[in-house]
Design a protein around this ligand. Structure first.
Ligand code: FEJ
Length: 387
C-alpha cells in the first residue's frame, strides 16, 4: 500500500484486522467475475455510467482554447462519488457487514453512500462536520430522506477532518458489523488504491471518448483535488501518456499566501494524517491546521498519497485556485453553457481558464466536471447577491 514513500496504514491496532479483511476481500472481489459483472451492471443501469464527454463550445470561446467536460455531474446523485460507493457497498455485502459508516464534507459522498445503502438494504450512518451540515443543508435532508442517519460532528473545527475522526472512533467499536465506506482516495491502505480503482473509469472512459471525438489525446487533463478521488480517477487513464499534462487544482481559499486555504500540496508539507503519509497542512509541531475554502468538498487539510507521489515525481502538477477564481468560473459556465457546476468542480474550471491562456487556442483541455451545483445554489446565490 505504498506510492513511493507515501501511503501506508498508520492506524490503531484495533483497525488493522478490518483493514486486512477489506484488502483481502477487495483482491478476491476484483478476481471474481460475478462481482465485477454486478458492479458494471449497477454502474450502467443504476448510476448512469459511462458519463458523457461534452464539448463546451461557448465556454471554450470565452476560455480561448478547446474545453471538453467529463460530465460526472450527470451520474446518479450528481457527482463522481457514486462510482466508489457502489463498489464499496457491494464489497460490504460480500463480507457480510450489514452496516456502513461514512464521512462527508460536501455531502455528496454522504448522499452517494445513503443511496447505495438504500439500494443494497444496508444500514448507513454518515458523520458530517456541523459547519458542513449548515452549508450543505440540502444534502443533509437528502441523506435522511434516503434512510441514512446523519451525525453532526461538533468536535475540533467541525468540518471534514473531524468527521473522519468520529467515523474512525465509531469503526473501532463496530468493526464486526460495519464497513467504513471511505469517501476519497486518501486514508490508510487499501483505501487510496481501492478508491482509485473504483473511480478510474472516469479517465478510462474519457481517454476513449477523446480518441473518438478528436482522433488524439487531449493536451491536458484537469481536475479539482480535495481528498483526491475524482482527480486520481481522471489522471489514472492518462498517467502512461507522457504528452498529456495532469493538472490538479487545489482550493486556494483567500489565497495561499493568506494561510486561509486548503491547498495541501501547494502550501503543505509531508506528514501523516488519517492513516497515510502524504502532504498535509500542519504547524511546526505537526498539529493539523484548519483549512479554509468556500467549497466544502475541497475543505480538507490532507490529500491522498498517490497525489503526493505524482507531485514528487513531477508526473502531475498541482496549482491553487482561489474562492474568487472558482466562483468566476462557476458563473461563466452557468452563463455560457447553462450548466450549474459544483463549487468544487468550478475550481477545475478556473484552472482550465488559466491553462487555456498558457497553452493557446490550439490546445484541447479535458476538465472533470466532478459534480453538479444543486447543493451549492444557496452559497452561490448569497455570494452573487441573488437572494
Ligand atoms: C462534487 C465534488 N467534487 C469534488 C470533490 C472533492 O473530493 P475528491 O474528488 O475526493 O478530491 C467532492 C468532495 N466531496 C466529498 C463529500 O461529498 O463528502 C468530500 O467533502 C470528502 C469525502 C472529502 C465533491 O463532492
Amino acid at each position: 500500500g505504498h506510492f513511493g514513500r507515501f501511503g501506508g496504514r498508520f492506524m490503531p491496532e484495533a483497525l488493522i484486522a478490518p483493514l486486512d479483511e477489506i484488502t483481502r476481500a477487495w483482491q478476491e472481489a476484483q478476481a471474481d467475475p460475478t462481482f465485477t459483472a454486478e458492479l458494471d451492471r449497477m454502474l450502467r443501469e443504476y448510476a448512469n455510467v459511462p458519463s458523457p464527454l461534452y464539448e463546451a463550445h461557448r465556454f471554450s470561446e470565452a476560455a480561448g482554447a478547446r474545453v471538453l467536460l467529463k460530465r460526472e455531474d450527470l451520474n446518479h446523485t450528481g457527482a463522481h462519488k457514486i462510482r466508489n460507493v457502489i463498489g464499496q457497498a457491494l464489497l460490504a455485502k460480500r463480507i457480510g457487514k450489514p452496516r456502513c459508516i461514512a464521512e462527508t464534507g460536501a455531502g455528496q459522498h454522504g448522499v452517494a453512500s445513503a443511496t447505495a445503502c438504500a439500494y443494497l438494504d444496508l444500514e448507513c450512518t454518515v458523520y458530517m462536520g456541523e459547519v458542513d451540515t449548515e452549508r450543505q443543508a440540502l444534502n443533509v435532508a437528502r441523506m435522511r430522506m434516503l434512510g441514512a442517519e446523519v451525525v453532526p460532528v461538533t468536535t475540533g473545527s467541525r468540518t471534514l477532518k473531524d468527521a473522519i475522526n468520529e467515523a474512525l472512533r465509531d469503526w473501532v467499536a463496530s468493526v464486526d458489523t460495519t464497513h467504513y465506506l471511505f469517501g476519497t482516495a486518501a486514508g490508510p491502505h487499501p483505501f487510496p488504491a481501492m478508491v482509485r480503482e473504483l473511480t478510474r473509469g472516469i479517465g478510462d472512459e474519457a481517454r476513449a471518448q477523446c480518441l473518438e471525438l478528436l482522433g488524439r489525446l487531449p493536451d491536458a487533463a484537469v481536475a479539482c483535488v480535495g481528498g483526491g478521488s475524482n482527480a486520481i480517477g481522471l489522471f489514472t487513464g492518462f498517467v502512461a501518456d507522457p504528452d498529456v499534462r495532469l493538472v490538479g487544482i487545489e482550493a486556494g481559499g483567500d489565497g495561499v499566501e493568506t494561510g486561509r486555504h486548503a491547498a495541501t500540496i501547494t502550501g503543505g508539507s509531508v506528514g501523516v494524517l488519517h492513516g497515510a503519509r502524504s502532504y498535509l497542512l500542519q504547524d511546526e509541531d505537526g498539529q493539523t491546521l484548519e483549512s479554509h475554502s468556500i467549497s466544502a468538498g475541497l475543505d480538507y487539510p490532507g490529500v491522498g498519497p498517490e497525489h503526493a507521489y505524482l507531485a514528487q515525481t513531477g508526473r502531475a502538477e498541482y496549482r491553487p485556485a482561489t474562492d474568487a477564481q472558482a466562483m468566476a468560473a462557476f458563473e461563466l459556465l452557468c452563463k455560457t453553457e447553462g450548466i450549474i457546476p459544483a463549487i468544487e468542480s468550478a475550481h477545475a474550471l478556473a484552472g482550465a481558464l488559466t491553462l487555456a491562456q498558457e497553452l493557446g487556442p490550439d490546445a484541447t483541455i479535458l476538465v472533470n466536471l466532478s459534480g453538479r451545483g444543486d447543493k451549492d445554489v444557496h452559497t452561490a446565490a448569497q455570494y452573487f447577491g441573488l437572494i
